[in-house]
Structures are given as structure tokens and as C-alpha cells.
Design a binder for this molecule. Sequence first.
Ligand code: IVH
Length: 714
Amino acid sequence: MALSDVAQRAALLREKIEFHNHRYYVLDAPDISDAEYDVLYRELAALEADNPELDDPNSPTKRVGSKPADGFTPYEHVMRMYSLDNAMDLDEWFTFTDRVSKGLDREDVEYWADPKMDGLALEVIYEDGRFVRAATRGDGHTGEDVTHNIRTIMNLPLVLRGSNVPGLLEVRGEVVMSDKGFAALNDRQREAGEKIFANPRNAAAGSVRQLDPKVAASRPLRFMGYGIGRVEWASSGFGWTNQGAIMDGLIELGFSIPPEAKLCKSKQEVADYFIELMEGRDDLPYEIDGVVAKVNSLEMQEALGFTSRAPRWALALKFPAHQVTTKLNDIRIQLGRTGVLTPVAELEPVPLAGVVVSNATLHNKGYIEERDFRIGDTVLIQRAGDVIPQVLSVDMEKRPDDAQKYDFPTSCPVCESDAVEDGEAVRCTNDACPAKTVQRIIHFVSKAGLDMEGVGKKWVQRLAEDGVLVSPADLFTLEKTALLKYEGMADKSAAKFIAAIAKAKEDAPLWRLMAGLGIRHVGEQTARTLANNFEDMEAIGAVPRDDLQELDDVGPIVAESLYDYFQSEETKLLMERFKEADFWPLGTPDVEEGADELPLAGKVFIFTGTLPDMKRPQAQALVEAQGATAAKSISKKVDYVVAGEKAGSKVGKAEKLGLVVIDFDEFMELIQSPKAESKPKSEPESKIKPDSKPKAKPDSKPEPKSSLLSLLDL
Ligand code: IVH
């Protein structure tokens, strides 16, 4: 392809990919499948790799994060980012509205109201519609340049959409993390012995202030716009005259805004909105701590002006906190499957946000020490959404004289082996610790592992405590009669229990086994990668440590963990026992994940000569999307040789090998054949990092395309 063609193609792909990112992350309405998205993404990534001159910091491929920064550079906001005055109740709201009415000399004032999001304030700057910079609010005058990290936020437009694009635009908003994203992040952090975040806001702020943008890219961050700073229009005649119009404008330009935001015709409507949102706050997917109400008209805003710290036209109406104080009665240790000792606070039971809380997490040893929690203290606890309650701080004034410092155990409370510090975590060093064994088997049978529905957690615990289950391999030799000895185990439940194990034995895929073994740092994603590349467990165990790192998303830490796992005698024994029990899941090396369900699964294509209507990478992407692979050289493994014009020597070679040679028309027929048109039963998982691409959601499955060829008329 001539360079200008390549550049044009790259531009088109970038536009397409960003179009689909917008549909998925902003509109929540994807209209292509993962596989189709991946075809576009891969073609662009390949073009960029082959043509470095096409480099563009706003290419969607840059969302995975570039090189780490050395530090943060201060950024001076051209227009100050003001703070907000607070109202702690509705009386204070009406005092504020009286002042507004007096200032404007009118009663009928409309307000724009939106949730006060609990994240990190940010300014993002666009020049000629292109994202150029992002800076934190800092003290309102000077913040920090965090452009490298913000570029990775999937719902942030890198290029503004629509026809009314300002020449210069500063958008202000909040970087937030959903409660779900936060809980998942902390789970990951805990397992990896990394820092635990106290709440979604800290997690969002910590992620934005990372030097390595790859870390930020791996965090589930979103940007929600709530206003603007400077704006300059390229042509006259455009402009926004009220807050509502600004928000509509932001939506048109491709931004997310809080969906609950709305225009209130009167101060009373704001009060009603405040109550409505307060009552529904736990149902929102992210944390909010109040409502922000802004005088809607920009002219009126200007007339009211600012105090030294905040606008006179906006107010934050704060919700009462989902926090209470109670007594810390004791601290106990809970053991996880990787042997991490997690301290749990035993609290004087107290109602909080609709439930009675009597336990809350204290995260780790460092958390207790930094905040100096002592038994007998009065502590502040918080429950955020559906997140586990946590202990926030101590009320020092209420500390009794006999408050007891907590000595974090140096040995495992279950097996008494040494417990040693490992990063933020303290771990039991005994691999055979019964507590670990129980948790390990529970994980093995759980949804995250072999997904043995019918094998209950409580029963696993009992069986393990009785020594019936010592290793996951024991599950496969377990007999129904052994279960029926237990009081409370009904015949039906025992049958279900055994059947679930038998089912896993029959058809569990290798990735479930790899995820279920509980190898440190090996989650579903890595497990899937391994299963996509290796035949079985033994093949994975035989890979030299350094070679493991060549796999996608396997870095040195994961490689080391895997290597160590397979070196241990215990693992070797476990593998022997799995084999003896005839439990030996197989992987799908050389085949795209999920691809065995695709129409051209397992087929190998090779393209030679010039294809009439299509560039070669496109053709390759097309077959890959249907589960086939594209080979570079002729061999017996090739199923179809697609010969274009001037096909050359490859065709002769192919014929000698007895391979099927087809022309372009036949190729098109093949990929459009009824079989090829049928949709895969399940979408293949993407090879691209999880947060870098849209995933089709189960509840909003895109309509099947009539043909994958529709991808070609981009
Ligand atoms: S408007 C001049 N709207 O609250 C008005 N702020 O003290 C500027 N915040 O950290 C702010 N949600 O990031 C506004 N819907 C919202 C907001 C919001 C959260 C934060 C803001 C800043 C603080 C203002």
C-alpha cells in the first residue's frame, strides 16, 4: 500500500474504533461484537507497528498506556478551578437560594442539578478537537499534568465528535471508579499483596497519580464531565448560554456526564431532587456524597460572580455520611487461600445504611499500625454501596486508658507456622496449612475455578476439617457413601455434589483448572492465555521461566510465580493424582480462544498474490475473526491457499503438497457460506487487554451482522 493509502486507512480505522468505544463506554450500547472490534483493532495495531511515521498520541491503541513518566509536572490552570460552598441540610440550601434571589433581584431562578461525584477533580483540554492535556485540580491554581494516565480512560474522547467542535475547550469533571470496579481492584491488590485502597475515591486518585500509565490503564477509571473552563469557538454564532446547554454540548462532543443530572425549574425542585438522590444513592453504581446545584443561566452566573474561594451561583448539598462510630471489641485473623492473614474488626453491632454491621475489614497489618487502632477504641466505620464495611479511623478523644494495642501475629493462628511479611501482606509460610487447604479447595470448586455448582462451600469446609479433603485431587475420588455419613447431607444433595464433580471431570477446560489452582497472580485472564497456548498442565509446567514471559499479560512476577508453582513437589504430586483420577483438562493451543466454536475454527489459510478487493491484512483479519489462522509460509498444515493475481511460486508448491488452492471469489464464497454466517454460540474472548476494548454485554447483545463482510465497507 502506498503510504498515503496506509495513512488514510489508519485514520479510518481510528475513527471507527473510537466510534465503537463511544458506543460502548459512553452510550452503553455496543453495536458490534468483540470479534468484529478486535478485527479493527488488530488491523490498526499492525498498520501502526509497520508504519511508525503514523504515530498519533490520540490513536485508540495509545489507550493501553505509554512509557512511565519520571515525575509530575505542575500545570497552571488558565482559569482557576474554584471550590464549592457546602450546605449540610435543606435549610442551608434555602438560605443560599435567598441570597441568589437577592443578588439577581428575582425569584424565578432555574438550577441545573447533578450528583456530587466522589472522585478526583480534573481538567481536560482539547485543541482543534484533539485531546492535548489533562491536569488535576490541585489547589485550584496549579495542578499536576497527568495527560499520560488520562489518555487511558476509555470513556474519554481523544478526538471530539460532531460538527460543532470548539477550537479550544477545557472540560472539567470528575475521575471516578465504580463500586464494582473498586471491589474488584481491591481483591486483586489483596491477592497480590499490594496496597489496599480505603474507598473508590482514593483508588481513583491513586490511579491518576501513577507514574506508569499501564497501571492507570488497568484500573477501571471513568471521566464524568460537569462543566467547562475556557471555550473558544472556531466560527462565530456558536456558544452556550446555560449550564444545561453546556451539558448537552458535552454529550454531543462525546463525553459522559452523570446520567442523573437534570434541570430543576425551581429551588423546591432541587430540594426534591436532593431527597430523591439521597434515597437512591446506594443504587447508583458509583459513590456520590451530595448534589451540586448551579444557577442554570450563564448570564446570571456572571452577574453573581465568585467569593475568594467559590462561585456564588453554585452550592454542594451534602448527604449525611454513611458512617457511624462504634466500639472495636476485638481483632481476629482470617486466612485466605494464598495464606494471607487478614485482620477483621469485631465490632459492637451497629445499624448502618440498612444493615447491622458487626464485622469490618482492617485490610492488613500496616493499616492497623498507620491508623493506630486499639482494642476498646471507638472507631468510625463506613459502608459504601455494596462494598464490605471498613474501619476508617479512631476517635482519640474517646480512647479508654486500657485500650489495648494489637500485636499482629507472627505465626499462623491455624497451623502455628511462621507468618512473614510479604509486601503489605503477612503470609503463613506453611504450604500445607489446613486453613489454606480449605480455602484452596473452596476456590478450586468456586465460580472463579472449576465452577462445580452443587459443591457447597460449607460442605467443603467440613470435609476438609475432617481430613476427607486434603487436596483438590481428593474431590475426584470422593464417593457418595462418604458424603452420606454426614448428618444433614441429604441423598439428593450428595448426588448433586458428586454429579458436579463428574461434570467438571468430563468437560472442564484447561483455563478453569489453571484459574482454580489458586496460583499466586494467576487469575482468569492469565489462565485463559495459558490454556490458549499449551496442551495441558504438564506442558505449562515444562516451560522455562523466561519463555513464559513471552506470553501476553505474563510479566516477570507472574512467570516466577508459575515457575515456582510447577517446581514444587506438591504440584508434581497433584498432577499425578489428577491423571490417576482421569481429570486432565486440555488446552487449545494455536487456536483463538473460543474459536473452536467459530465457523472456520482450526483452519489455516495462506494468501498469495494480489487480492482484487481487499488488502492482505484485511483478509487475514477476516479469517481470524472466524477462528482460522493465517500462515506465513506454505506447509502441510495449511488448509486453503488463497491465490490472488500474480500468485507466483507458492501455488506450485501448494499443489505439490496436495493443498486446496482457491481463488478470491471462492474465498469470498467460503467466508460468506451459511456456516460462516452463523454467529458463534459465545463471543470469543479478546486477545486485547480487558479494559482496552468494548465487550459485548450479555443483556445488550448486538444484532448479528448479516455478514462479516460488512466490516469491509467501513
Ligand atoms: S461543579 C465552580 N459539579 O466537588 C464549580 N463539582 O468543591 C465547580 N464535584 O472537587 C464544581 N461532582 O470535582 C461540580 N457535579 C459536580 C461535581 C463537582 C463532584 C467536585 C469537584 C470538586 C468539588 C468542588
